[in-house]
Design a binder for this molecule. Structure first.
Ligand SMILES: [Zn+2]
Length: 71
């Protein structure tokens, strides 16, 4: 049985436009999620959020959503 390859991936855009995600995080999508909105819904259950920045939608993983100040 051949698995259908679906290449929707929602990856983290980092805490700001000049900083890449330290974890190179991507949403772990559920098997039923095919479209980007569905994958983003999966992400929300994992603590992800989306934020509009410079008119573009950015995906933020839990780490980048709540950046910790340098120790
Ligand atoms: Zn991130």
């Amino acid at each position: 049985m051949t698995a259908l390859r679906i290449c929707i991936e929602v990856s983290c855009d980092g805490p700001d436009d000049h900083t890449e995600c330290p974890d190179s995080a991507a949403v772990r999508r559920s098997v039923d999620s095919v479209t980007a909105p569905q994958v983003r819904a999966d992400g929300r259950t994992q603590g992800w959020t989306t934020r509009r920045r410079n008119g573009r939608l950015r995906d933020l993983c839990p780490t980048c959503r709540d950046p910790q100040p340098p120790a």
